[in-house]
Design a protein around this ligand. Structure first.
Ligand SMILES: Nc1ncnc2c1ncn2[C@@H]1O[C@H](COP(=O)(O)OP(=O)(O)O)[C@@H](O)[C@H]1O
Ligand SMILES: CC(=O)OP(=O)(O)O
Ligand SMILES: [Mg+2]
Length: 395
């Protein structure tokens, strides 16, 4: 049975086609830097050379079409007909209080659309993915797997905001978190590498990409996470502001005469590393600009590193200690510099990484320095595999 998984990130679309008999990857691929110069599509049929197309990819709709076309490409494709695909699994960032994956039907689509306001960079693109698959694979079952589901285990004091209680109940305002599938996957993998059950470990997982979040995991469950009601909260991100004083919102709206929609756009698409640097949302561009002495790129980077450090410190306190620290996602997997900067001067918490081992990109490796109390790992995430398994389980 072949299962296709589509993962619409804020700056990327990732896909994997699995043969579920042995969980083999038939092809995988990635469109990255969507909407910025030098966007690219990488398609990797299993066991073959990769095909790279560098082209302007303006939005997720075009990106999704390119991904689907790559699968049946006459030279590089791995299937002749889309009918060979038995089911499609989709990553949905905001699933509200959905506790687990569900089959796509009209009411699921309506729920995802209603949550679009809470994940403006994600739920819309994911819906475009569902629609594209409905068009080319009519009648094929589709499943949605929610980023928010893993975080449904948080204790009430971690997910409740100190606003008027009745208003929070009325509008379902609470911390939902995101990247849950990824945090869960890398935490399980870290436990395997350590050789202990996850529920016996205190773990902090750092998913650092265009969207970034950090999660504290205790007793095998999400205990707290940096994203909130929406994926705008927490760390400084590619284009998102992360945590700011909430008073700035009304202040700026008043001063600049902004509507709620315009303010939302400012915080989601024009802030973060892009907003501070004035240069790019992509950390590769930021690292290159810093090397050339660009002061605002340096500032954006330092803010990012500083907020990541604060969450690791706070979550170590919440967990009453730390056994395992994990780095994953675009930046977390590929940037030795980011990991080095975040872990620097954290030895009082037991975190110390080895400079030579840390020179790793996109591969699983323990990077703990000799004698450090906390074991630190780089673990490439695999949201697609988790989604494929959940899709199969629902069929
Ligand atoms: N080799 C690299 N060095 C530094 N940063 C990288 C590297 N590869 C990817 N990144 C960064 O990772 C981010 C994209 O992360 P990713 O998790 O793929 O994105 P998304 O949030 O869209 O899912 C970009 O900011 C990119 O600059
Ligand atoms: C929730 C989120 O920000 O996802 P991504 O990092 O894939 O954009
Ligand atoms: Mg992502």
């Amino acid at each position: 049975m072949k299962i296709l998984v589509l993962n619409c990130g804020s700056s990327s679309v990732k896909y994997q086609l699995f043969d579920m008999q042995r969980e083999e990857v038939m092809a995988r691929g990635l469109v990255e830097r969507i909407g910025i110069t030098g966007s690219m599509l990488t398609h990797r049929p299993a066991g073959r050379e990769k095909l790279v197309r560098e082209t302007e990819i303006p939005d997720h709709k075009v990106a999704i079409r390119l991904c689907l076309e790559a699968l049946t490409d006459s030279q590089w494709g791995v299937i002749k007909d889309y009918k060979e695909i038995s089911a499609v699994g989709h990553r949905i960032v905001h699933g509200g209080t959905f506790p687990s994956a569900v089959l796509v039907n009209d009411s699921t689509k309506k729920a995802i659309a209603e949550l679009e306001a809470l994940a403006p960079l994600h739920n819309g693109p994911a819906l475009r993915g569902i629609e594209a698959c409905e068009a080319i694979l009519p009648g094929t079952p589709q499943v949605t797997v929610f980023d928010t589901a893993f975080h449904q285990s948080m204790p009430d004091y971690a997910y409740t905001y100190s606003l008027p209680y009745e208003l929070c109940k009325k509008y379902l305002i609470r911390r939902y978190g995101a990247h849950g599938t990824s945090h869960h996957y890398v935490a399980l993998r870290a436990a395997e590498l350590v050789g202990k059950p996850l529920n016996e470990l205190k773990v902090i997982t750092c998913h650092l990409g265009n969207g970034s979040s950090i999660t504290a995991i205790k007793n095998g469950k999400s205990w707290d996470t940096s994203m909130g009601f929406t994926p705008l909260a927490g760390l400084t991100m590619g284009t998102r502001c992360g945590d700011i004083d909430p008073a700035i919102v009304t202040f700026l709206m008043e001063k600049e005469g902004l509507t709620p929609g315009e303010m939302d756009e400012l915080m989601n698409r024009r802030s973060g590393v892009l907003g501070v640097s004035g240069l790019s949302s992509d950390f590769r561009d930021i690292e290159a600009a810093m090397d050339e002495g660009n002061e605002r790129a340096r500032l954006a980077w330092d803010i990012f590193v500083h907020t990541a450090k604060k969450y690791i410190g706070a979550y170590t306190a919440v967990l009453n200690g730390l056994d395992v620290l994990v780095f994953t996602a675009g930046l977390g997997e590929n940037s030795p510099r980011a990991r080095e900067a975040i872990c620097r001067d954290m030895d009082y918490l037991g975190i110390k990484i080895d400079a030579a081992k840390n020179q790793v990109r996109g591969q699983e490796r323990e990077i703990t320095a000799p004698g450090a109390r906390v074991r630190t790992f780089v673990i490439p995430t695999n949201e697609e595999l988790m989604i494929a398994r959940e899709t199969l389980a629902l069929l």
